[in-house]
Every structure is written in C-alpha cells, then in structure tokens.
Design a protein around this ligand. Structure first.
Ligand code: IYR
Length: 243
C-alpha cells in the first residue's frame, strides 16, 4: 500500500518531513484502552429510530473513511448518502423483493442456518426509517476522459481510458472500517447490510459503470426498544498468534 513507499528519488511527488506525534506511554495506553472500550460497545442493529442525525457527523465519518490507505493511493471508493425519502422507499422496495427471493428460494440451507442465530429475515424497514443510508461503492477501475482531437474520425476512438486499480476490495474494506469506527465514536449506530444481489443500486443511484455497490450502511440512533442477539467475539487468545 502506498504509505510505506520510501523511494523518494523515483517519486513524482515532492517529499516532506513526516508530521508525527509521539505519545507518552501512559497516554498511548489510555487512548488505546478507551478506543477498545468504545469499539467493544459497538453492535450491528436492525431497529432504528427516525430521529434526525447532524449531517456533519455523516460528513466527518466519510471524510475519515477517505483518509484510509489504498492500493497505489488510488482511493477507489465513493460514498453515496441517501436521505431522499422517495429514493429510500424505492431502495427498500427492491431490496425486500430480492431478499425475500433469497430467503425463500436462493439461500442454501447451510447459509440459512448460519443466519438463524442473528434472527434476520427479508424485512428491511430500517432502510426507510433511518435518516441516512450510506452506500459504499468500489471503483473496480478508473475512468479518465480522453482528449478528442478529431470527432469525425471513423471508427470513433474511445472517449474514456480505463485505469487499472489495485487491491480494491482491501482498500474499500479498510475505508468502511474507518467509517464505522468514526460513527461509533460519535454515538451513532450503523448496520453493515449486504443485500443480495445489490447491483441494482448502481442504476438506482445513478453511478457510472466502473462503480460497484460494496456495502449498504443505514445510519441513525437505535430505536428505544431495539434488541440485539447476545453474541460474543472471539477472545484475544483465539485471534492473536504471537511468534
Ligand atoms: N443479506 C441478507 C442475509 C444476511 C447475510 C449475512 I452473511 C449476514 O451476516 C446477515 C444477513 C440480509 O441482509 O438479511
């Protein structure tokens, strides 16, 4: 990823001294523990309140996502913030239609039984209830307009050039992680929702053909009667191997 590059002599960018704040060990521990505690309190929820959310919290979460490292610093992400009630209504309608088909006919039994503990089903009213639905898109490749010298030339030259993107899924995954962490710090709840299939979102939201929906993120405050399954996360011993 781009940020480890040290080849100053071959770079096209000017280099500058790193701005870096070295923390006192106690302060580092304090911040690390506070952040861990906050993230441990995060839950995916499906019962949201319609209460409004300050828009700057959404902007700042997306700006935080946009600080993420990415393959060749190509930043292959776009975040569409849907607040228009009619657009949310149409999104819910199509998502529920597809999800109903998936739950009733497309999901194999193994998948359905993996979902049973979560208690999910095809109803997705949260899409209409939340003040904002952020749809994260990944840019599989870049599209750059090509200068046209002679419009009359036949056959017509392509008007756009494809730019290869690297580590797109990894990059967008990291950015969405930053976004979720930012929302958690501001006391907002978010669900990582992956309706399947979700290709229709590109057209519904008027995005170009090089963008693919990655994840749907309904954001808001929890409904007062919101309940969540009692789940546990793997222990540190299970997930960390020290050699
Ligand atoms: N997309 C469906 C099913 C679903 C799949 C997984 I994997 C989950 O962790 C949760 C749900 C839905 O949103 O209901």
């Amino acid at each position: 990823m781009s940020e480890t590059t040290s080849g100053e002599s071959t770079s096209i960018y000017p280099f500058a001294p790193l701005q870096f704040e070295r923390l006192e060990p106690e302060e580092a521990l304090r911040r690390s523990r506070a952040f861990l505690e906050s993230m441990r309190g995060r839950r995916s929820i499906r019962a949201f309140s319609p209460e409004p959310v300050p828009f700057e919290l959404i902007e700042n979460a997306i700006a935080t996502a946009a600080t993420a490292p990415s393959g060749a610093n190509q930043q292959p992400w776009r975040f569409v913030v849907v607040r228009d009630p009619e657009l949310k209504r149409r999104m819910r309608e199509i998502v529920e239609q597809e999800e109903r088909e998936s739950y009733e006919h497309r999901f194999p039994p193994e998948w359905l039984s993996a979902l049973t503990p979560l208690g999910t089903d095809w109803h997705k009213e949260f899409i209409e209830i939340v003040p904002y639905v952020i749809v994260a898109f990944k840019e599989d490749y870049g599209l750059k307009p090509v200068e046209q010298e002679d419009q009359t030339e036949t056959p017509a030259k392509p008007t756009e050039k494809h730019i290869k993107h690297y580590y797109v899924t990894e990059s967008v995954g990291i950015a969405v992680g930053f976004l979720i962490a930012s929302l958690q710090q501001t006391g907002l709840a978010v669900l990582t929702h992956t309706p399947s299939p979700m290709g229709f979102l590109r057209e519904l939201l008027g995005r170009p053909r090089n963008e693919k929906p990655f994840v749907v993120l309904p954001v808001g405050y929890p409904a007062p009667d919101c309940r969540v399954p009692v789940l546990s996360k793997k222990s540190l011993d299970e997930v960390m191997i020290v050699k």
